[in-house]
Design a protein around this ligand. Sequence first.
Ligand code: PPE
Length: 305
Amino acid sequence: MPITPSEQIWMNGRMVPWDEARIHVLTHTLHYGNGVFEGIRAYETSEGPAVFRLTPHIERLFRSAKIFMLDIPYSVDDLIGATKETVRVNGLPSCYIRPLVYLGYGEMGLNPLPCDVDVSIAVWPWGAYLGDEGIRNGVRMKISSWQRHDPNAMPPAAKGTGMYINSQMAKVEAVKSGYDEAILLSPQGYVSECTGENLFIVRDGVILTPPISAGALEGITQDAVMTIARDLGYQVRFDNILRSDLYVAEEAFLTGTAAEVVPIRSVDDRELGEPGPMTRAIQEVFFRAVRGEEDRYKEWNEVVA
Ligand code: PPE
């Protein structure tokens, strides 16, 4: 998806004009893929732009960094402040936010420990990741022939830049085959997640989502949706899901910061039909919550002003 530039990018403590936010071609992360990032959204609310669950996102960034032993030279509070500042100076009512922690210029070779750890935060306007039509009527999914990472090869709990080669292989396969998005299975054969989203199904009226042990990222939207679902009176739990469970699900949907909450129409050409009532109810509350229209979830709206 093309980027619409904004004005300023936060780089290592200072604001840099968009076009000048450049790095050297010998930047370590560019070669070996060891970096961590976040994807966050700010939404327009009656109190101005509010970042949806900013604190848990920055905390997850630090957990990802800890897994790879990247020593971020800032505190959680520093990066919360820097993110709000970046949203503020760019003057966008709503935007996507991309904090990135990467190994900079100055060292080559595989040992990352001597490298400088650099941090940037960029924001830009980003529309519906899987399309407005996807949010309304659902997306068509394909089970990938690529597996999710084995946790002893690459740790799925870390949102690492290089981890996403796996997602890209699955995405390309799905798109080239005429589907919207891919679902990856774990090395043990359980449903894990999508290329950049967590997945939910409804089975016998109960909402299920794969556990982290099936190779899923600990999604912040997933967590919000589990809370919303419980508050709507639904039963929801982590459970292992088989490929065939997807084919016969009563409803299914995916969640992510970029994607938001998107119904699943079909999996491997097994039709699930129109988005179901539980999916619709959750979508409705979610889109109200991100805009600060649900009092009970007010603490999720971290106001920028
Ligand atoms: N699984 C993966 C692999 C993943 O990348 C994401 C977010 C999720 C689950 C959902 O997590 P959360 O955003 O906390 O609910 N993917 C980010 C990157 C997407 C991109 O194309 O880049 C995102 O949604 O921002």
